[in-house]
Design a protein. Structure first.
Length: 206
């Protein structure tokens, strides 16, 4: 007993603890599967953002979760545009049916969303509001109808300011207003895959 006490109180014990603790914790991290480490959350209406989420998932793995609302938006496009404009105006955050189990276990969270009214869609704002982003690596991705990501990436940066935000990805998807719904098929799917891979390499995830 005396020998152990002496060992601990000596600098040698402290040194050993300093070496062993990081090894133990890095072992813990490695023991976690990719599914437990990477979360890919996305909002989609006409499945374009879902297609990008699937490309990311095929490349690096992880757990995919589609955001579901307590009260889904109407099927009609114009009614939805109007409702979203009102929600953006009032700051209403629609309640979500989706709950993430073991949110703490994830280290990297991909956030996928379409541009709605040149902003981050209200359900994604609800999602960001609900969770603690400190100690997370956050990676946004977006599809739009040709007008870009608007203020959506800036809103993610503001709402996740406690976490580490990596460079996002944005690509032209459908144009529901003109009846163009899902576009990532054939040549467009291949092009999207190439662009996603290029981006994942740029941010050092591939
Ligand atoms: C309510 C609503 C608002 C939209 N507002 C915009 C917009 O402001 N700018 C834009 O480029 N596209 C806008 N779009 C088009 C979507 O961003 C685009 O079709 C996207 O690819 C849809 O993704 P999804 O298939 O995953 O739902 C809007 C679509 C909806 C339904």
């Amino acid at each position: 007993m005396f020998v152990i006490k002496k060992f601990i109180s000596s600098g040698l014990g402290l040194l050993l603890a300093m070496v062993l603790f990081p090894i133990y914790f890095s072992g813990q991290l490695q023991a976690q599967s990719v599914e437990e480490k990477i979360l890919i959350v996305y909002l989609t209406r006409t499945k374009n953002t879902k297609a990008i989420a699937e490309i990311i998932h095929n490349e690096i793995g992880g757990t995919m979760v589609a955001l579901q609302l307590e009260n889904p938006y109407p099927d009609d496009y114009q009614t939805t545009v109007k409702q979203v404009a009102e929600e953006n105006e009032s700051g209403f955050l629609p309640p979500l049916k989706t709950k993430i189990e073991n949110f703490n276990s994830y280290k990297i969270v991909f956030l996928g969303f379409p541009t709605w009214g040149m902003q981050l869609p209200p359900p994604m704002k609800s999602f960001l509001q609900e969770y603690d982003w400190s100690e997370k690596i956050i990676i946004p991705f977006n599809t739009h109808a040709g007008y870009g990501a608007g203020s959506s990436f800036e809103t993610v940066a503001k709402m996740c300011s406690d976490g580490k935000l990596l460079e996002g990805f944005s690509i032209k998807g459908g144009i529901e207003r003109d009846g163009v719904l899902f576009v990532f098929e054939g040549k467009k799917a291949q092009e999207a895959k190439e662009k996603v891979v290029e981006w994942l390499k740029k941010i050092d995830l591939l």
